[in-house]
Design a protein around this ligand. Structure first.
Ligand code: GLA
Length: 330
């Protein structure tokens, strides 16, 4: 019997920057997914406590994206990517809210990959699971979610350079709480195709003006006004990530908080991935004593906001602790 655990993640700042090789500042959280597997046989059969139907995938599944039930697509994506020679039967249990923007799919992918015997460095685990996600869903995600789950460090956020796929652990100062609050809206990324559209717009911007990581880059040369605004978000967000990491190192929480509010404004106005419910939550938090900053976290279009606050200032949501990476538990 093999038992594995993979954490979800919350991103403090740096959204929609990963797939054009920018910076992000996420942390692995204590909530995550556990897989228990008895190896053997030609299929991977997993029963989930949260799903009525099991995932039952043959080792040679050619089309992970059409597998049923839908959650089994992530299992199939991992199987197709890793090509294990032996399957197994087991169970999945998660403490993550599903589809809330805390990377429940990445956690499932990593926990399954480790249970199927993946043995390699965090970046290889992350790349394999990113490929699995691309096979399983129409969302062409970047590397952030899988790499955060694969490389998380207890007590720290990760400053990830998605261009070089390298990272540095930055300790979270004492006396601060990180809280995720659900907007009440399930993310519907795949159905709307909005994520893929945003990614294509960012790639169009890169094709016209080059990398979006230099602060002096001026998107004015981009003719299409929508692509220009998308580029402006990414260029300014990359700089905010670096400033936020510096602020955290200094323990300067008011500056970090101001950068989070500015990030939300940019995601709302220039990147257009917020919703009225997310905006309302951020405004409520702005008016709450002891809150340094708040913003939507992850892809947007519903899901969660993340707040940085004094302990006890926010009386709802999930209190998230910066936690260690995905691992075998036995
Ligand atoms: C999703 C994707 C990530 C990243 C975020 C937005 O979580 O999986 O790769 O692009 O959206 O920052």
């Amino acid at each position: 019997m093999v038992t594995t655990f993979a954490p979800g993640r919350v991103n403090l700042i740096g959204d929609h920057t990963d797939y054009t090789g920018g910076w992000v500042l996420p942390m692995a959280v204590q909530l995550g997914t556990t897989v228990t597997l008895s190896p053997g046989g030609p299929r991977v059969h997993l029963q989930s406590e949260d799903e009525p139907q099991p995932a039952d995938v043959p080792l040679d599944e050619p089309h992970p994206a059409t597998v049923h039930p839908a959650w089994a697509r992530y299992v199939a994506g991992v199987v197709t990517t890793l090509k294990p020679t032996v399957g197994g039967r087991g169970r999945v249990h998660t403490t993550l809210p599903i589809g809330a923007g805390l990377s429940s799919s990445a956690a499932l992918e990593l926990a399954v990959a480790l249970a199927l015997g993946f043995d390699g460095p965090p970046i290889e685990l992350a790349r394999a699971c990113q490929r699995a996600e691309h096979l399983a869903s129409p969302v062409p995600c970047g590397i952030m979610d899988q790499l955060t789950s694969a490389a998380g460090v207890e007590g720290c956020v990760l400053l990830i350079d998605c261009g070089t796929e390298t990272f540095e652990a930055v300790p979270v100062p004492d006396g601060v709480e990180i809280v995720a609050i659900h907007s009440g809206e399930q993310r519907q990324l795949a159905a709307s195709g909005e994520y893929a559209t945003r990614r294509a717009q960012c790639e169009a911007a890169v094709a016209q003006i080059g990398r979006l990581t230099e602060h002096y880059k001026d998107p004015h040369d981009i003719e299409d006004p929508v692509v220009r605004r998308r580029a402006r978000h990414v260029i300014t967000e990359n700089q905010r990530v670096l400033e936020a990491a510096d602020a955290l190192r200094r323990g300067d929480l008011p500056t970090m908080g101001a950068l989070m509010y500015e990030s939300h404004r940019s995601l709302r106005e220039d990147f257009e991935v917020s919703t009225p419910a997310l905006d309302q939550l951020v405004e409520d938090l702005r008016g709450t004593k002891g809150v340094y900053g708040a913003r939507l976290t992850g892809a947007g279009f519903g899901g969660c906001v993340v707040a940085l606050a004094q302990p006890g200032a926010v009386d709802r949501g999930w209190r998230l602790r910066p936690s260690a990476a995905a691992r075998r538990l036995d």
